[in-house]
Design a protein around this ligand. Structure first.
Ligand SMILES: *[C@@H]1O[C@H](CO)[C@@H](O)[C@H](O)[C@H]1NC(C)=O
Ligand SMILES: *[C@@H]1O[C@H](CO)[C@@H](O)[C@H](O)[C@H]1NC(C)=O
Ligand SMILES: *[C@@H]1O[C@H](CO)[C@@H](O)[C@H](O)[C@H]1NC(C)=O
Ligand SMILES: *[C@@H]1O[C@H](CO)[C@@H](O)[C@H](O)[C@H]1NC(C)=O
Ligand SMILES: *[C@@H]1O[C@H](CO)[C@@H](O)[C@H](O)[C@H]1NC(C)=O
Length: 675
């Protein structure tokens, strides 16, 4: 009974999907036409009544009545013009990509811009923060920007109002920056350059404008022209002055494929920002033209007929459509029969050669809340990750690889696929791992990555996590850019709370390292990539206690890595005695020079007292258990209060850590100390 209704349902599904498919194919049959758009703003004067509708202002931006220009930041609103960001976009989207051929549109844009000093700033008001080479003036710069929506403002400071979150992969922005600040951490050559940015604040190309005799900050009105040939994927950027021809050689020209960074319709305009130095960015005039090609969509006969079929199934009496629906039913039956045969074959094959199938509590599928963790089939995971394609690999370690995936409901996930080598080489008990996965997937905490499910068969063992587009802590700590101390401190606190919660549930993380700490868009730290298993055997009771102790130890090392901004073992460090971070930190403690451990890139913005406290807590965590290694609960307590830290031994306890940070394996558990 149930089976036959299931059959019927499948039939319907197959039938309707066939119908949709045939309709889809007929869509792009018309002749090729040009889609063009032309915008022209000789000025941005508010006398033009259309101006308020055509220009969308976001963040700190305005249309200046006095100068008839777009002005970022908005001078009238703020007294302190530092750390502001704004955007001015054309209010309707522009077609910039032909999705059928993935060819970018061709476009040409010309605009006049001028950077002015903020006259209200006098050197007297210029406090400690901006004492540097640049004097009082010099905001971050202006970009011509292409963005996916009309309601996002970017970050201020060196982010030029361009990116909302530096690693949000869903938010694609393309920009040409006119940068007047030198941010070496983003690869800037100097404080007077043009850069091409593809979804990242680190430019793919930079052009030193001093080389061609242009100074963005000289207060004059500059005219820029950007021309892009979509089919040839060629960009040309010119810089000149108003009323003059552009110099015969462009500031930059070269091959540039924008197609991976474009959506069919996007918004175009400008963004700018100020950091701890200010500057007023004006755009005085702007023209933009784009052309892309599209196939004219015309209603074909088939499309109409399949629409009629759909309509007729609801109202009885559609004799005319019989031939087609007969065909659909026939096709559906064939597909169904095939599917049944294939599944029968696989089932029998599985039963045939598998004496010790893992029996999991896998009950009949009942409707369940959408995000409740569940068991996935290998096929589902394979589809979600495009067959574990190499472009979907997010990272890997000795335990296996991470893949990015997309579930049919559109949710992005990260899939950990344990390597066969790992699963086989430690004599791991899969049933126990699965039990542990289920146990962890049942608990929820704001600082733990939610587990969506798991997947296992005779060879595979996978865990499906929620995806965090901001990536893992190591990228932020050891990559380009510098995480400020306040963020680092928050990360440490978040990680401590997550571990403390896990331990309170008699569970452990078992794979603590910077790659297991993920950051969400607000830079909240969440722990993922659980180890689930200790490599090595031992009684369960013993394991639970030791793995929690090992978590504390690893947490201590991560705290040191966060403070120092470098890996626990860094072959690039020149000083031999500084290579091993844990060792180095203990020695700096011995000679009372803890400050030497701190990441110098953070500059003077570190809260020294707090950082020294965290460093001491980190060292405390690496002590032998019987010699004072705290529990995570105690660590959370120490981080949240000003309670005095238990005294550290004056010198590095010698036999204390049989801990070696040379191999990935040892960074895991096997050599971590527990007795
Ligand atoms: C479309 O534009 C291209 C060049 O931009 C031109 O060669 C072609 O003739 C145009 N096609 C139509 C149908 O206007
Ligand atoms: C834009 O076009 C208008 C009208 O053709 C022209 O007056 C203006 O100077 C142009 N602006 C730029 C920046 O090219
Ligand atoms: C402010 O500017 C100075 C240089 O003028 C720089 O050293 C410092 O890092 C800046 N502070 C911030 C928060 O950007
Ligand atoms: C940029 O160009 C100027 C003038 O040619 C030169 O002095 C300067 O060193 C260049 N900067 C870089 C980073 O190449
Ligand atoms: C803005 O101020 C800087 C230094 O504070 C100076 O070098 C520059 O010439 C000024 N620009 C204008 C347009 O006044």
């Amino acid at each position: 009974m149930a089976f036959s209704s299931f059959l019927f349902l499948l039939l319907l599904l197959v039938g309707s999907s066939l119908g949709v498919d045939s309709a889809k194919k007929e869509k792009f049959t018309g002749p090729v036409i040009n889609v063009t758009k032309h915008l022209s703003f000789p000025d941005f004067s508010l006398d033009n009544p259309r101006m308020v509708h055509d220009v969308r202002l976001l963040g700190s931006a305005k249309l200046s009545k006095e100068t008839g220009a777009v002005q970022i930041p908005d001078v009238s609103e703020a007294i302190d013009l530092r750390h502001l960001a704004g955007r001015a976009l054309y209010s309707s989207p522009v077609r910039l990509l032909d999705p059928a051929t993935r060819t970018p549109a061709s476009f040409e844009t010309t605009f006049d811009f001028q950077f002015k000093n903020d006259s209200s700033v006098t050197p007297a008001r210029n406090d400690a923060g901006s004492a540097g080479t640049g004097g009082t003036h010099g905001g971050s710069g202006l970009t011509f920007i292409i963005v996916p929506d009309e309601f996002t403002v970017g970050r201020s400071g060196p982010w030029l109002g361009m990116l909302n979150d530096a690693c949000d992969e869903e938010y694609k922005a393309v920009a040409v920056e006119f940068d007047t600040r030198h941010n070496p951490e983003f690869g800037d050559p100097n404080d007077n350059h043009v850069g091409i940015n593809l979804g990242s604040i680190v430019s793919t190309r930079t052009i030193n404008l001093s080389d061609i005799g242009v100074s963005l900050k000289d207060g004059s009105i500059h005219r820029a022209r950007i021309r892009y040939d979509g089919p040839k994927r060629w960009i040309e950027i010119n810089l000149g002055s108003v009323g003059q021809e552009f110099p015969s050689t462009p500031a930059f020209s070269g091959f540039l494929d924008l197609s991976p960074h474009l959506k069919e319709y996007m918004f175009v305009g400008f963004s700018a920002s100020t950091g701890n130095l200010t500057q007023i960015h004006n755009v005085l005039s702007w023209n933009f033209t784009s052309t892309s090609q599209a196939s004219l969509r015309i209603p074909s006969d088939e499309t109409c007929e399949s629409k009629i079929i759909l309509g007729n199934t609801q109202t009885p009496g559609g004799a005319k459509t019989e031939p087609i629906s007969n065909f659909l039913i026939f096709a559906a039956v064939v597909v169904l029969a095939l599917a049944i045969l294939v599944s029968l074959y696989y089932n029998s094959k599985r039963r045939g050669d598998k004496p010790s199938t893992i029996v999991l509590p896998e009950k009949i599928q009942r409707p369940r809340p959408p995000n409740k963790p569940r068991s996935f089939t290998v096929n589902e995971v394979s589809c979600a990750t495009r067959g574990f394609g190499e472009y979907e690999v997010l990272g890997s370690d000795y335990r296996g690889s991470f893949y990015r995936g997309k579930l049919p409901n559109g949710c992005q996930v990260a899939v950990k696929r344990f390597s066969t080598h790992f699963l086989n080489s430690y004599g791991l008990d899969r049933r126990r791992i699965l039990k542990e996965i289920c146990a962890i997937s049942r608990i929820r905490h704001p600082n733990l990555v939610p587990i969506r499910g798991w997947c296992h068969d005779k060879v595979e063992l996978m865990v499906i996590y929620d995806f965090f587009p901001n990536g893992s802590l190591d990228k932020w700590l050891f990559g380009v850019g510098v995480l400020p101390w306040t963020r680092r401190f928050k990360v440490i606190k978040d990680a401590a709370e997550a571990l403390s919660f896990l331990h309170s549930k008699k569970l452990a993380h078992k794979n603590m390292k910077t790659t297991s700490v993920l950051l969400d868009v607000t830079f909240r730290a969440v722990l993922g990539d659980f180890g689930f298993v200790l490599s090595g055997s031992g009684s369960r009771k013993f394991e639970s206690a030791t793995s929690q102790a090992a978590d504390v130890f690893e947490f201590g090392v991560i705290a040191l890595e966060v403070i120092a901004g470098r890996r626990r073992s860094d072959p690039e460090v020149e000083e031999e005695e500084e290579k091993d971070l844990l060792d180095f930190s203990w020695r700096m403690h011995e000679i009372n020079e803890k400050v030497k451990v701190f990441d110098r890139r953070m500059g003077s913005l570190v809260n020294l007292e707090q950082a020294i406290r965290v460093l001491e807590i980190g060292l405390l965590c690496t002590l032998n258990e019987s010699k004072g290694r705290p529990s995570m609960e105690e660590v959370v307590n120490l981080l949240a209060t000003d309670k005095p830290i238990p005294e550290l031994p004056p010198s590095r306890p010698v036999a204390l850590f049989p801990y070696s940070s040379t191999t990935g394996l040892c960074a895991g558990y096997s050599c971590a100390p527990f007795r």
